[in-house]
Design a protein around this ligand. Structure first.
Ligand SMILES: Cc1ncc(COP(=O)(O)O)c(C=O)c1O
Length: 419
C-alpha cells in the first residue's frame, strides 16, 4: 500500500493498479525499476527540455550544494549563481532590460504576477484596477489564485466560490476580450494573462493574428500583458520565448520548468522596465513579497548549466528544425478512425485529439490508449479534452517520433477492436 499521495490522481485506482516507479533517464528515454525503457513523449511534465541524465547539470548542482546550498535573497542578500542567472535571463528576455523575480515554480510565478500587477496599479494611483482577465481552457497552475484564474472547469469546481476578481474570456476571440475590457469589467482591469500556446488545456493555438490583435488591444486600453510561458519558455516554440517569436513585447513573462529542465524546482518572472519602475525608483518602498526559495543557489546553478547546454548544443534551433518534422510525422494519425485531429505547428508541442464523441461516450477510452502506449514503451498522458500530450525533450530524434506514431496507431487499434 502506498503512502505517497499522487497529484492529479484517483488514489483508489493507484492503490488497485500500482505505481510506475522510474529510476533513471537518458536523453529522451526513462527507465522503470524493472529496467524497462520508455520514450518520454511529454518531457516529464513539459520540463525536460535538454533531456534526462545530464551529469553536467548534476555536477554543477553538487558543486554549488557543497559550497552554499541556499541562503535567503530577501533584502540585500544574494548568491553568485542567482546573480549570474538573473543576468542570463535578462539577456534573452523578450523585453530589453527586464528584471527577474525568482520563485519556486510556475504556480508561484503566476501568483507573484497576479499580486505584482495589482500592486503596480495601486502604486500608479489606480487601486480600482484589480480584475485579472484569463481565457477559457487556460492553465495557470494550482495555487489559490492560479486555480481561480484557470479556465479548465474540472480544476475549479467543487471548492465553492473563489471570491477573486477574475473575468474569463473566450480563448480565441479578440472581440470577446474587447467586450469584457470595455463593458463587463470596464475601468477595473489590471492585466490579461495569456499562454501563447495553451498547454494543459489541450495544446491549442489561437493563431499569431489573435495574439497580436489581443496584444494591441491591451496596449491601447492600458491593460498589462502577462505571457504565461511556463511551458513555452526556454526554446519550446523554437525561440527562447514564444513572446519573442510572435512579437508580443509582454509586460511580464512567467517561466519555470525548462528554466532548469526540471533538474531543480525553480520559476522566474521577467518584468519589463515600465512595470519595475515604481519598485526601483523608491515609490514602492519594499515590496513585501517573496519565497524562502526565491533565488535558491542550487536551483540557480542547475539553471545556468541548463542554459549552457541549450546554447552549446543549439537546442533552440533544433526545435525550429524539428517543428515541421513533428507535424509531418504525426499527420498520418488523422487517418485513424478514432483521431479527430492532430494539433501541431508551433515548436515541439502537439496533441493527438481522440474523437470527442468517443471520449464522451467512454471515459476509459483515452486512459486505455495511454496504457496501451505504455505497454509499448511510450509514456504520454491524457490532457483534459481527451487529447494525448506530445512535448518531447528537444533531443528527441525523428526516428523516435516515428516510433511513437507506430505505437500510437496500435494503441488506438486496441480501443477500436475492444469496443
Ligand atoms: C502555463 C502554466 N502556468 C503555470 C503552471 C504551473 O507551474 P507549476 O506546476 O510549476 O507550479 C503550469 C504547469 O504546468 C503551466 O503549464
Amino acid at each position: 500500500m502506498t503512502h505517497l499521495w499522487h497529484p492529479f490522481a484517483d488514489m483508489s485506482a493507484v492503490e488497485r493498479d500500482g505505481e510506475l516507479v522510474l529510476t533513471r533517464g537518458v536523453q529522451a528515454s526513462v527507465f522503470d525499476s524493472e529496467g524497462t525503457e520508455y520514450l518520454d513523449l511529454t518531457a516529464g511534465l513539459w520540463f525536460a527540455n535538454v533531456g534526462h541524465g545530464r551529469t553536467e547539470i548534476a555536477d554543477a548542482m553538487a558543486a554549488q550544494a557543497g559550497r552554499l546550498a541556499a541562503y535567503s535573497t530577501f533584502g540585500d542578500m544574494a548568491n553568485e549563481p542567482v546573480l549570474a542567472l538573473a543576468d542570463r535571463l535578462a539577456a534573452i528576455a523578450p523585453v530589453a532590460d527586464s528584471k527577474v523575480f525568482f520563485t519556486s515554480g510556475g504556480s508561484d510565478a503566476v501568483d507573484t504576477a497576479a499580486k505584482l500587477v495589482r500592486r503596480y496599479w495601486s502604486l500608479r494611483g489606480h487601486p480600482q484596477r484589480t480584475t485579472i482577465i484569463t481565457r477559457e481552457r487556460a492553465y495557470h497552475g494550482m495555487h489559490w489564485g492560479g486555480t481561480a484564474m484557470g479556465g479548465i472547469e474540472p480544476n475549479r469546481s467543487g471548492y465553492g466560490d473563489w471570491g477573486a476578481d477574475i473575468a474569463h474570456v473566450e480563448w480565441d476571440s479578440v472581440a470577446d476580450l474587447e467586450q469584457v475590457i470595455d463593458e463587463r469589467v470596464a475601468g477595473t482591469v489590471a492585466a490579461f494573462f495569456c499562454e501563447p500556446v495553451m498547454g494543459a488545456g489541450g495544446v491549442h493555438f489561437a493563431g499569431e493574428q489573435y495574439l497580436q490583435q489581443a496584444r494591441e488591444l491591451c496596449r491601447d486600453r492600458g491593460v498589462l500583458w502577462v505571457s504565461d510561458e511556463v511551458i513555452t519558455g526556454f526554446g519550446r516554440t523554437g525561440e527562447w520565448f514564444a513572446s519573442s517569436r510572435f512579437g508580443l513585447e509582454p509586460d511580464l513573462v512567467l517561466s519555470a520548468k525548462g528554466l532548469t529542465s526540471g533538474y531543480a524546482p525553480m520559476g522566474a518572472v521577467l518584468v519589463a522596465p515600465s512595470v519595475t519602475e515604481p519598485f526601483w525608483d523608491g515609490t514602492a518602498g519594499a515590496w513585501r513579497h517573496g519565497y524562502t526559495y526565491s533565488g535558491h543557489a542550487v536551483s540557480a546553478a542547475a539553471g545556468l548549466a541548463n542554459l549552457d547546454i541549450i546554447e552549446r548544443e543549439g537546442l533552440v534551433a533544433r526545435v525550429r528544425d524539428l517543428e515541421p518534422v513533428l507535424t509531418e510525422t504525426l499527420a498520418s494519425l488523422v487517418d485513424h478512425p478514432l483521431v479527430a485531429e492532430v494539433r501541431s505547428g508551433v515548436g515541439l508541442l502537439a496533441a493527438v485529439q481522440v474523437d470527442p464523441n468517443v471520449v464522451k461516450r467512454d471515459v476509459s477510452a483515452v486512459p486505455t490508449i495511454v496504457s496501451a502506449l505504455r505497454s509499448r514503451g511510450v509514456l504520454t498522458r491524457p490532457l483534459v479534452d481527451g487529447s494525448l500530450q506530445v512535448s518531447p525533450p528537444f533531443v528527441v530524434t525523428p526516428e523516435e517520433l516515428k516510433r511513437f506514431v507506430v505505437s500510437c496507431w496500435e494503441a488506438l487499434d486496441t480501443v477500436l477492436t475492444t469496443r
